[in-house]
Design a protein around this ligand. Structure first.
Ligand SMILES: O=C(O)CCC(=O)C(=O)O
Length: 275
């Protein structure tokens, strides 16, 4: 698989950041995007949301979500291959890490405690970036430090959801537009006090499964991703990956590796994953 190391440019995590992430399951990356890029991000999110929800304009009562891999949002469509993200993802989960998506959200109110994987056998990193300033009481991401190291435990999941979001001992990751926060998909996370229109975007990578059990967990995640995305939120596009992305027109070796491996695992086989 390709090596995305940039020559002569400092990208990736410092050793201290890497150690912090491995120990606590998250890291905050200040000034990740330039102010010009923040403007492009705002424009592309606004465009995509308008197109995807023309039939159901946002009114602050329900979250809107859209995948961002189409050609009409070229900056987002390039983000998984952007060395700033990809180098960190490779640093954290190995050179064979798999790029799986980039999306945009308009959140409404609090988000309850959850992990982003059904099982600890399926892992990876989510980079989240908010388009408005957020802090502990205005919708910043909250994480339970080191919970990416907790085993699968249904009882713990039920217990933590039994508390009000703000009553769980946690770290709130205050952020400004241009910052990004990276967290292990197994880390328990939530948010409290956010506005009725909290714009947040993500770029996600999965670790390449190391054995048959992990492969099966990732394969099943394909179905979970369909269920928890366009089916749930009702955007116009009724699939996750557009043909234009899957055909890899620019012959990106990284993207081709992701597609070939995910295809081999059966991730694309669920109805609605591919256009
Ligand atoms: O920002 C939020 O309210 C929560 C974000 C979240 O849960 C996620 O990205 O998985």
């Amino acid at each position: 698989m390709p090596d995305s190391t940039l020559k002569g440019q400092q990208v990736g995590l410092t050793d201290d950041q890497l150690r912090f992430y491995k120990t606590f399951g998250y890291v905050v990356l200040r000034g990740f995007f330039t102010p010009e890029e923040v403007q492009i991000i705002q424009r592309e999110v606004s465009h995509a949301m308008t197109v995807q929800y023309a039939h159901k304009p946002f009114d602050g009562t329900a979250r809107h979500w859209t995948m961002m891999l189409e050609e009409d949002t070229p900056f987002f469509a390039s983000l998984m291959e952007d060395p700033r993200f990809l180098t960190i993802a490779k640093h954290l989960y190995g050179q064979d890490v798999l790029g799986v998506g980039t999306d945009a959200n308009r959140y409404v109110g609090n988000t309850g405690w959850h992990r982003d994987t059904a099982t600890v056998l399926q892992y990876g990193v989510k980079f989240a970036f908010y388009l408005d300033p957020v802090d502990a009481l205005t919708g910043a991401l909250r994480v339970v430090p080191s919970s990416h190291r907790y085993p699968d435990d249904e009882e713990f999941g039920k217990l933590i959801r039994g508390f009000a979001v703000q009553d769980v001992p946690a770290q709130a990751l205050q952020s400004e537009p241009g910052d990004a926060v990276a967290f292990d998909l197994r880390t328990y996370h939530a948010s409290f006090g956010g506005s009725r229109d909290r714009r947040m975007c993500t770029v996600v990578y999965y670790g390449n499964p190391r054995n048959a059990e992990e492969e099966e967990s990732l394969r099943r995640q394909g179905e979970g991703n369909v269920r928890g995305s366009f089916k749930q939120f009702g955007c116009k596009r009724q699939y996750l990956y557009p043909r234009t992305w899957y055909q890899n027109p620019n012959r990106s070796p990284d993207r081709q590796w992701w597609i070939d491996r995910l295809k081999q695992i059966g991730y694309f086989d669920w109805p609605g994953v591919l256009q």
